[in-house]
Design a protein around this ligand. Structure first.
Ligand SMILES: Nc1ncnc2c1ncn2[C@@H]1O[C@H](COP(=O)(O)OP(=O)(O)OP(=O)(O)O)[C@@H](O)[C@H]1O
Ligand SMILES: [Mg+2]
Length: 289
């Protein structure tokens, strides 16, 4: 694997446990008819507390699958997931998950969609109301608290989802193409909002995106996955850009172009492989093996 990551020890003597550690992860899905599909193989990925790591790779390579493993929503066929040094079994309660699909409840207002995240924590209704209004304010939706999801734009719905995740104050954030369906300008606004919120209280963040520029602009590290099946990690780059960043401005910097060129060289090969494989050409292993 190509690695541009500083050696361990850079962070000082404190042997901090990684917030998320995936070690030797294989994930195989069992399909109807007894066949199976190995989505990812031999994945090793460590994310330090406070680190912002993006994962890029061709469509269908296994990015969401990896996040699901980190979230404890699926158990790997092999390998180990550790959260702050503890083996993960069951749901990862220290993580907040922003799903690839819009997950707001259409019958609840923005306010109630955010409040609902506090329900399992036994917070009183008055307190939940106060905190939810505060979070909706922080994501720029103070005037929209009583709107239902269908009365909000795509970008506004993503802001509600962001507030819904952050209100629980999770130690780890897992975000799956959160800005995928948005137009370019709105993505930039959302990217800056995310950086602003994250930089105030740095959490470990795994951010899946298909947009390499977005990945570089936001992250401390960019990890590139290979095309599936049996996808792995082909490269792991540290982004040498200072913070705070404005994600529109930073794209104009020479260092941005240099790292973009390097990462794209790895990513392009995998994207081409994924296209070449085409529909129906994925390797489906027989049930007997
Ligand atoms: N529950 C499942 N059963 C069978 N196959 C699955 C299942 N979930 C995912 N897969 C397959 O595993 C592979 C990885 O899927 P995944 O959703 O992780 O890809 P992705 O990298 O997130 O793609 P995208 O960029 O399109 O969101 C795909 O080939 C997909 O068809
Ligand atoms: Mg996905």
């Amino acid at each position: 694997m190509e690695s541009k990551v500083s050696p361990p020890g850079d962070r000082g003597a404190a042997a901090e446990q990684p917030a998320v550690k995936l070690a030797g992860i294989d994930i195989t899905f069992h399909l109807k008819g007894g066949s199976r599909y190995q989505a990812v193989k031999g994945i090793d990925l460590s994310v330090a507390p406070g680190e912002f790591v993006s994962v890029v790779g061709p469509t269908g390579c296994g990015k969401s699958t990896l996040l699901n493993a980190a979230a404890g929503l699926l158990t790997p066929s092999a390998g180990k997931v550790s959260i702050f040094g503890q083996p993960l079994s069951g749901l990862n309660r220290r993580a907040g998950y922003l799903f690839q699909q819009d997950a707001l409840m259409p019958w609840k207002t923005a306010l109630d969609n955010v409040k609902v995240a506090l329900e399992p924590m036994g917070v009183s209704d008055a307190e939940a109301d106060k905190r939810a209004r505060d979070w909706l304010g922080r994501v720029g939706l103070r005037a929209f608290v009583e709107r239902y999801p269908h009365m909000l734009s795509g970008g506004q719905r993503k802001r509600v989802a962001l507030a819904q995740m952050l209100i629980r104050d999770p130690e780890i954030l897992l975000m799956d193409e959160p800005f995928g369906p948005l137009d370019a300008q709105t993505r930039q606004i959302m990217g800056n909002l995310l950086l602003d919120l994250w930089s105030k209280d740095r959490k470990a963040l795994i951010f899946v995106t298909h947009d390499l520029e977005e990945a570089i602009a936001l992250s401390d590290r960019v990890v590139v996955m290979t095309a599936g099946p049996a996808a792995g990690i082909v490269a792991d780059y540290r982004v040498p850009l200072a913070r705070p960043r404005d994600i529109a401005e930073i794209r104009l910097e020479k260092a941005f172009h240099e790292i973009h060129r390097d990462i794209w060289a790895s990513l392009r090969v995998e994207v081409q492989k994924a296209y070449a494989m085409g529909e129906g050409k994925e390797l489906v292993e027989g049930a007997s093996s």
